[in-house]
Design a protein around this ligand. Structure first.
Ligand code: 5GP
Length: 198
């Protein structure tokens, strides 16, 4: 059976990744979003088990000890991790999986799963990123400052990704991501599976 492909999507906090990915997944039937675990407090409007699995630090540490994560990282004072079982099972079932993870986690996954496609989503400018972070209204000024410092580091690492998508408008970013996913399915590494010896 043809395996699904793994897409790692990273980009600064506030760049609009969640909105873009939601619209992308609505378009691509065979793609699923991997729901991460996090120790960060739930934001207004978020749902446990939908946006994240919200857990306490002790539970997160237990899951690390049980080797339940494909990768995990600390980001601005909280832990985030990708559940291994779901990702492996979905890929084996032929579904594409999209991970929305920051750069340290992205590099861990890329090392373990070298066929993964790494996509970076960037803002059209620093000013626009600050505006988006501020208008979200759920982050403190100190948190925004930390996220902006972090964003500058992240954009510098974008050269290690396979693609760079600029989120100037959601529909543009979705169109580019959709095209990238389609193109990746046309790569020999994906197509040759059709002719694999049994
Ligand atoms: P936020 O707190 O804004 O939801 O997410 C903060 C950062 O954590 C984002 O860059 C997001 O991509 C990243 N993130 C979310 N889930 C995971 C995960 O499972 N692993 C890693 N390494 N990063 C994650």
């Amino acid at each position: 059976m043809k395996k699904g492909r793994l897409f790692i999507v990273s980009g600064p906090s506030g760049v609009g990744k969640s909105t873009v990915l939601r619209a992308l997944l609505a378009k691509r039937e065979n793609a699923r979003f991997s729901i991460s675990a996090t120790t960060r407090p739930m934001r207004e409007g978020e749902k446990d088990g939908e946006d994240y699995h919200f857990v306490d630090v002790q539970t997160f540490r237990e899951w690390i000890a049980e080797d339940d994560f494909l990768e995990y990282a600390e980001y601005v004072g909280n832990f985030y991790g990708t559940p291994k079982k779901f990702v492996r099972a979905a890929l084996d079932a032929g579904q594409d999986i999209v991970l929305d993870i920051e750069i340290q986690g992205a590099m861990q996954v890329a090392e373990r799963m070298p066929d993964a496609v790494k996509i970076f989503i960037g803002p059209p400018s620093w000013e626009e990123l600050e505006r988006r972070l501020t208008s979200r209204g759920t982050n403190t000024p100190e948190d925004i400052r930390k996220r902006l410092v972090r964003a500058k580091v992240e954009v510098r690492t974008a050269r290690d990704y396979d693609y760079f998508v600029v989120n100037d408008a959601v529909e543009n970013a979705v169109r580019e991501l959709d095209a990238i996913m389609t193109a990746e399915h046309c790569k020999p590494i994906a197509r040759m599976q059709l002719f694999a010896e049994t």
